[in-house]
Design a protein around this ligand. Structure first.
Ligand code: FAD
Length: 461
């Protein structure tokens, strides 16, 4: 065999797998048909956060008038903005290349296709490996009445290139993380943005109260959000997009006019065209590769990780699965046996959660107790001038066990981590209450929410 391990795909899942396998002494190659770093570094997590930050600076600069700081007229150099974002992507993807070199991971360039269960064609090379890890990720799901041309009708990749001038009126179809993040970017850059969502709440996977709170704050910022609404199609007239919108409940239809439409209705696994059938690897009806807790597919020496194996389609889940697959191949005891995977919408404020929603906890039969703490009572939030949001803690009233937390707050993703650790360590709400949190911090809101589960929060009347 040419290699102990061949990883197909150098996204966050694939590159973590390749590096960990090499660290454990295995001879590793990683095949990539695009840029190393995958969706996350090139057209996902990183460039969206760069644009969100730029937009947030605009919002914050306007906000600064509240404490007596005003700036001159804003000038937006869109070419520079796009270039700055691209520069960050380049730095990070270059970093992955350097990590491959430092760890002696061979980077194979080209599209990989299975020829048999141990042989893969990569570009014009034929490669054999004792173990193979499929980490081919996902791509935007299509919405047939809105074929993407990356000009007027864009998916997340098209939306990453900010046009000059910014579209005057933009419609985002889908109020998941991607739809809402871009809605805020373009809203801050000066577009009039409407977001529609088929489901009755934004971010359908999130806790209902948290989703409601985020929608309330985003509306306050000027983004129009309509849930229970679908887009049926559009016609183009004089360069404008006349979109038919429909109320899902009443069936009432209307036409509204936009300059750009973002289709953000989810992602589908990239498992086709890989020759998985030739290798004997099974997929579900929806194209996800079937794996066990060791990330092993139906063929014992072929593993699969990341978006291609299913939800949640998140970079940190892909990374963890990559480490597990590499460790199992190296003979270590390792498994994807996590209690909870954090999820974040990186708007300002962020919506971040980990563990069970209130509805999920009830459905599981817990005697649920909740504790809320509004940011309006947080001294730190006041000093930041951002008091919209809250922390909602979910607990089991019978055992005091921590079950989850849902935060709408600036930087929520950063201070959510303590709840993740608490869940992994089976912490009780009292464990959180007994922990001294620095003052003044936003993370004190976690402490107060925990205290409020026992109706003992100091700053709540
Ligand atoms: P991918 O990152 O999709 O990488 C797969 C790689 O495999 C690609 O580079 C592809 O070129 C390569 N490949 C595919 N087929 C072949 C083949 N046959 N041969 C060779 N190479 C192949 N997640 C978060 O956790 N946080 C975020 O903030 C976040 N923001 C996002 C924003 C956007 C706009 C999008 C679209 C996604 C975002 N995600 C975010 C999701 C995140 O990007 C994915 O969950 C993550 O990239 C999945 O990693 P992966 O390794 O499974 O696959």
């Amino acid at each position: 065999m040419d290699y102990d391990v061949l990883v197909i795909g150098a996204g966050p899942g694939g590159y973590h797998a390749a590096i960990r396998a090499a660290q454990l002494g295995l001879k590793v190659a990683c095949a990539e048909m695009g840029n190393v770093g995958g969706v996350c570094l090139n057209i996902g997590c990183i460039p969206t956060k760069a644009l969100l930050h730029a937009g947030e600076e605009i919002r914050a600069s306007k906000h600064a008038a509240d404490f007596g700081l005003t700036f001159g007229e804003m000038k937006l150099d869109i070419a520079k903005l796009n270039g700055w974002k691209d520069g960050i992507v380049k730095r990070l993807t270059g970093g992955v290349g350097s990590l491959f070199k430092a760890n002696k991971v061979t980077h194979l360039v080209g599209q990989a296709t299975f020829l048999d269960a141990h042989t893969v064609q990569v570009g014009d090379k034929r490669v054999t490996a004792s173990n193979i890890i499929v980490a081919t990720g996902s791509e935007s799901a299509a919405l047939p009445p809105f074929p993407v041309d990356q000009q007027r009708i864009v998916d997340s990749t098209g939306a990453l290139v900010v046009p000059d001038p910014v579209p005057a009126r933009m419609l985002a179809i889908g109020a998941g993380a991607i739809g809402l993040e871009f809605a805020q970017v373009y809203n801050n850059l000066g577009s009039k943005v409407k977001v529609i969502e088929f489901a009755p709440q934004v971010v359908p996977a999130a806790d209902a109260d948290a989703a409601k709170e985020l929608a309330k704050v985003l509306r306050k910022q000027g983004i129009v959000i309509e849930t229970g609404t679908k887009a049926n199609g559009y016609t183009e007239k004089n360069g404008e997009l006349h979109v038919e919108l429909e109320d899902v409940k009443t069936g009432e239809k209307r036409v509204e006019v936009f300059d750009r439409v973002l289709v953000a209705v989810g992602r589908r696994p990239r498992s086709g065209g890989l020759g998985l059938d030739v290798a004997g690897v099974q997929t579900t009806d929806r194209g996800f590769i079937t794996v066990d807790k060791e990330m092993r597919t139906t063929v014992p020496h072929i593993f699969a990780i990341g978006d291609v194996v299913g939800n949640p389609m998140l970079a940190h889940k892909a990374m963890k699965e990559g480490l597990v697959a590499a460790e199992v191949i190296a003979g270590k005891k390792s498994a994807m046996d996590v209690v909870a995977i954090p999820a974040v919408v990186y708007t300002t404020p962020e919506l971040a959660w980990v563990g069970l929603t209130e509805a999920e906890a009830k459905a599981k039969g817990y005697n649920v107790k909740t504790g809320n703490f509004p940011l309006s009572a947080s001294g730190r939030a006041m000093t930041l001038g951002d008091t919209d949001g809250f922390v909602k803690m979910i607990a089991d009233a019978d055992t005091d066990l921590l079950l989850g937390a849902h935060i709408v707050a600036p930087h929520a993703s950063d201070f959510l981590a303590e709840v993740g650790l608490g869940l992994e360590m089976a912490a009780t709400v009292t464990d959180i209450s007994l922990t001294i949190h620095a003052h003044p911090t936003l993370s004190e809101s976690i402490l107060e929410a925990a205290e409020n589960v026992h109706k003992q929060a100091i700053h709540i009347m």
